[in-house]
Design a protein around this ligand. Structure first.
Ligand SMILES: [Zn+2]
Length: 352
């Protein structure tokens, strides 16, 4: 299991471009892949998070064939690259390895050697699709602190570094599917976290996703662990949104205090249906719908409040629940109307 996991592409970010961005400056997403297993929570994306204090750490010493590769969604001109390896305490440096680049992501050539843990280079003519670190065989596990890039188009760093660890022991036939889903959830992570940002909050960076035979529902989340049903996902492989919904629960990180279930599920489905997969909500029946219907019904209610009263209302409600200061009166504070009035108003807008 571990060996197979090592070969997978780990993480990518999805980018939202502003309305004013020109074609030439559209950000290019990066993904990090490696043959080396991760040590604890020192995950791959930490090698490109814009911070020198954090780093990717390998679980074991590198062998001659190991690599750590950053792949760009589209080719970019690399005006400068500096790769710094080793932990802040000086251990885990790459001393004899090479830094390589590739125009197509397949054929690589050497750009620079590592010297005292650092490699620098540039390639101003040919667009680059991938940058690869070949540490060579080492006696100790390596650490990659940061890859600093100057490129013609922005390649945003991982602002919310995350790594999903997938367990499909119960259903090996779902392994490939689950790994794909995990990558999708990793790409959705910045969207979820931007929508649900609050002061001083950083989301979990290691999330365990287990596909279980004994679990009877669709999927559930406790802390930073997600469990999904083998039976359900075997027959509903396209329902990736259900796992994005669970990923939102991880980010919500509600630990204490009161919070109504309809709102917890409503926030999660709001992110799913209005940010991750717009247009998939389906019809809401005005005869039966109420704000506290939960899931997609409450999501639609929150979307109404977002459009009519406050574009930040979901973020504010989430922050209140996360900080254990939620109370129903918050709706009146944010909109000037109580939940009963808001409910009537929203229902009147639904199409019969
Ligand atoms: Zn849920």
């Amino acid at each position: 299991m571990l060996f197979a996991m090592r070969l997978l592409v780990i993480g990518a970010i999805l980018l939202v471009t502003g309305p004013g961005s020109t074609r030439g400056q559209e950000p290019v997403a990066a993904a990090v892949e490696t043959t080396m297993a991760t040590h604890g929570d020192e995950i791959r994306q930490l090698a490109y998070d814009g911070r020198m204090a954090t780093f990717f750490a390998a679980e074991k010493p590198a062998s001659a064939d190991d690599h750590f590769t950053m792949v760009f969604e589209k080719p970019v001109i690399v005006k400068s690259i500096v790769v710094t390896t080793g932990r802040p305490d000086g251990t885990g440096k790459v001393d004899e390895g090479a830094l390589e680049i590739s125009a197509d992501g397949k054929m690589f050539r050497k750009l620079a050697d590592f010297k005292d843990g650092i490699a620098r280079g540039e390639e101003r003519k040919e667009p680059v699709r991938a940058i690869r670190i070949r540490p060579g065989a080492t006696t100790a596990p390596i650490a990659i602190r940061e890859m600093a890039l100057v490129t013609d188009r922005p390649v945003p760093v991982f602002r919310y570094p995350v790594e999903f660890v997938v367990d499909t022991t119960d259903a090996p036939e779902l392994k490939e599917w689950a790994e794909d889903v995990a990558r999708t959830c990793e790409r959705a992570y910045p969207i979820i976290n931007d929508e649900l940002a609050s002061d001083g909050f950083m989301p979990p960076r290691v999330i365990r996703m287990t596909i279980s035979k004994s679990y009877r529902g669709v999927a559930a989340t406790g802390g930073d662990r997600i469990v999904g049903s083998v039976d359900y996902f075997k027959n509903h492989r396209k329902d990736v949104g259900a796992m994005v919904h669970e990923t939102v629960h991880v980010v919500q990180s509600y630990r204490r205090g009161k919070r109504p279930g309809w709102l917890v599920e409503g926030v999660s489905d709001y992110i799913r249906f209005f940010r991750y997969e717009p247009g998939h909500l389906g019809r809401i029946d005005p005869r039966t719908a109420h704000h506290d219907g939960g899931y997609r019904v409450s999501a639609a209610f929150l979307a109404y409040l977002t459009a009519k009263y406050d574009p930040e209302i979901v973020r504010k409600l989430n922050a209140a629940m996360r900080e254990a200061r939620y109370e129903e009166g918050l709706f009146e504070k944010l909109t000037g109307k109580d939940l009963k009035e808001l409910d009537d108003e929203w229902r009147a807008t639904l199409q019969p």
